[in-house]
Design a protein around this ligand. Structure first.
Ligand code: AMP
Ligand code: MG
Length: 353
């Protein structure tokens, strides 16, 4: 696959932050609006339809799975619901979601039976251990209505929601507001959109101080050391745009631990086989039969709702894995064939000067 064609150009490190913002916003906003962020980097995940029961999937178990998938594809919504009920599985969501859930269930059982019987049959883990935790991050930033192309977004809320992938539960959360330094006054639009008031950011610390506490929080939980973890975001912008720009504004190095992440929109589109136009937060929730809980555009509430989607996907058998990274200021795709990548141990922010 031609990686360069799929990559979004983000920054030329030789130009000023403001100019970077302009080039960044022009290229990215056409592809990924804040409210309707659409990922253009596509990387299909392996599936088990009939066409794939060849080559590396030549084990007879894959043929059985392919046959089961064929049956599931022909089932009506009522039949799917009945079967899911019989299996004591979740019956919520649209038809495609129910189909995927049933297929994943059969696949998991078939492969487990195979493995237990010592018949081989692969299993999708690729031999790597899966992340123990997934850390959902959804930044809020300063903004204006129709953000002009050269608008300098500064992070004003840093939330994190921690998912234990073994117990499939949200186990912890973190939130701090952040004082913007270049443009400390929030626009009325920004206050209305995010619910974050001028007072909240006035009383907050600046980004490097907050990032330091974020690092401490991660370290206290042994993330990146004792436990494997990955960062997960809704779209590419949180890391490739907001964090990248903020680090330039704050004159700190882009943190190593945030250099790769799971873009849930991409994972969702690949797993449930829906186009990227159907991977907005509200659409993903709706298709899964869930409703938004809390206040949209509150970073912590957004993170909790993104975490609920991630949990449902894990329950449905999706192996959420790192699919994007940033390198030299460029957003890059991580192909699903790449070895499982976990986030690095978090370290104190380092100054650029
Ligand atoms: P979200 O995670 O969707 O709440 O968006 C993250 C950030 O993107 C917000 O804090 C704003 O800075 C910006 N943003 C989101 N939606 C809009 C919008 N409709 N107009 C302007 N900026 C927006
Ligand atoms: Mg948000």
């Amino acid at each position: 696959m031609d990686e360069h064609k799929e990559n979004n150009y983000i920054h030329d490190s030789n130009v000023s932050v403001k100019n970077n913002m302009m080039s960044n916003t022009t290229t990215e906003e056409q592809q990924e609006k804040p409210c309707s962020r659409i990922c253009t980097v596509t990387e299909p995940e392996p599936t088990l339809d009939v066409s794939e029961s060849k080559g590396e999937f030549s084990d007879p178990v894959y043929k059985e799975i392919a046959v089961a998938n064929g049956h599931i594809n022909r089932m009506t919504k009522d039949e799917l619901r009945t079967r899911l009920e019989e299996l004591k599985l979740d019956t919520r969501g649209v038809k495609d979601v129910m189909k995927k859930r049933l297929k994943s269930h059969y696949k998991k059982n078939k492969l487990k039976l195979c493995a237990d019987a010592g018949e081989g049959g692969g299993g999708g883990g690729g031999g790597d251990t899966y992340y123990d935790y997934i850390c959902v991050v959804d930044f809020e930033a300063t903004c204006e209505e129709d953000n002009p192309p050269d608008f300098l977004h500064e992070i004003i809320e840093f939330p994190m929601v921690l998912i234990n992938t073994h117990t499939l539960e949200i186990v912890d959360s973190f939130r701090e507001y952040v004082k913007p330094e270049v443009n400390p006054t929030l626009s009325d639009f920004c206050v209305k959109l995010t619910g974050i008031t001028q007072e909240m950011v006035d009383e907050a610390d600046t980004f490097p101080e907050v990032l330091q506490r974020v690092v401490l929080w991660l370290q206290e939980r042994d993330l990146g050391t004792k436990y494997k973890y990955a960062i997960l975001t809704d779209g590419s912008w949180d890391m490739s745009k907001f964090l990248n720009i903020q680090c330039r504004v704050s004159r700190i190095r882009y943190p190593q631990f945030a250099k790769k992440w799971i873009n849930i929109r991409k994972s969702y589109g690949n797993f449930y086989k829906v186009p990227r136009t159907q991977t907005k937060l509200s659409t993903m929730l709706e298709k899964l039969g869930l409703t938004y809980e809390g206040r949209p555009h509150s970073g912590l509430d957004d993170s909790q709702n993104i975490a609920r989607i991630a949990l449902r996907m894990l329950q449905d058998g999706c192996q959420l894995r790192v699919n994007e990274r940033i390198h030299g200021g460029q957003l890059l795709n991580v192909p699903s064939s790449a070895p499982m990548e976990a986030a690095s141990p978090p370290h104190k922010p380092r100054s650029k000067d």
